[in-house]
Design a protein around this ligand. Structure first.
Ligand SMILES: Cc1cc2nc3c(=O)[nH]c(=O)nc-3n(C[C@H](O)[C@H](O)[C@H](O)COP(=O)(O)O)c2cc1C
Length: 223
């Protein structure tokens, strides 16, 4: 199944594993990547206790990345947390950036309250593929995220596990609004539990779909 996501990330299937803090160990990530999807190392990957400092976290992340590399030669990504609360810098984010550059990891699933320009700039300067997931997504915020220059969007409805959005908008409501307005690839997430949900997600991405005698086309200008 080839589409813009498989081409962007160099994977076989357009399926990206959730970056789950504590849960996504190297073994977990390599299993997903070996199966043809995109494994994503989340925060605290492979750990049972919190890192004591940014340096400690960097050491642990380096070890976990090397373990993934030993278990797969397929692409994988690392979760990248943009500085929050209006900050433009964060020591933990800086440490992750340095590790990823050193370890030549080229894909990040970035999360945040908005795209932080300084972060995106330095990631793009190092040729990272940046897939952005807003923690509280709205149509306006994701249209802005596209303008900022990220490569793709993960759009999560309120059903999504982990950090809850501030807004109670379901995946079913949010995703088609976004795919109608942005040009970059969109990955749907939140409450998708089996092949039926995955198939439905590809329909949310349709730019021009015909159901019965009705044509649903997107709202973008033809240019
Ligand atoms: C236990 C758990 C922990 C999570 N931790 C993170 C995280 O650390 N970083 C992140 O980007 N997303 C995290 N998420 C969110 C997932 O990446 C994903 O967006 C979400 O699970 C998709 O919705 P679903 O659970 O309905 O499939 C977490 C989800 C769960 C269930």
């Amino acid at each position: 199944m080839i589409n813009r996501i498989t081409e962007l990330l160099g994977i076989e299937y357009p399926i990206i594993s959730a970056a789950m803090t504590w849960v996504t160990s190297a073994e977990f990530v390599a299993a997903v990547s070996n199966a043809g999807g995109m494994g994503v190392l989340g925060p605290n990957a492979g750990q049972t206790e919190k890192a004591t400092s940014a340096e400690d976290m960097a050491d642990r992340l380096t070890k976990e990345i090397r373990k993934v590399k030993a278990l797969t030669n397929k692409p994988f990504a690392v979760n990248y947390i943009f500085p929050m609360g209006g900050a433009t810098e964060d020591p933990f984010t800086n440490a992750v950036f340095d590790v990823l550059v050193k370890e030549n990891v080229k894909n990040v699933i970035a999360i945040g309250q908005h795209v932080v320009d300084r972060e995106l700039k330095r990631l793009k300067e190092q040729d990272f593929k940046v897939v952005y997931r807003d923690l509280s997504p709205t149509v306006e915020k994701l249209v802005e995220a596209e303008k900022s220059g990220v490569d793709a969007l993960i759009v999560t409805g309120y059903e999504a596990g982990g950090h809850m959005s501030d807004y109670k908008i379901s995946t079913l409501s949010l995703v088609p609004q976004i795919t109608s307005l942005v040009k970059i690839p969109v990955i749907a997430a939140g409450g998708i539990i089996d092949g039926r949900g995955a198939k439905a997600s590809t329909i949310y991405g349709c730019r021009r779909c015909i159901y019965g005698n009705k044509v649903y086309s997107d709202q973008r200008k033809s240019s």
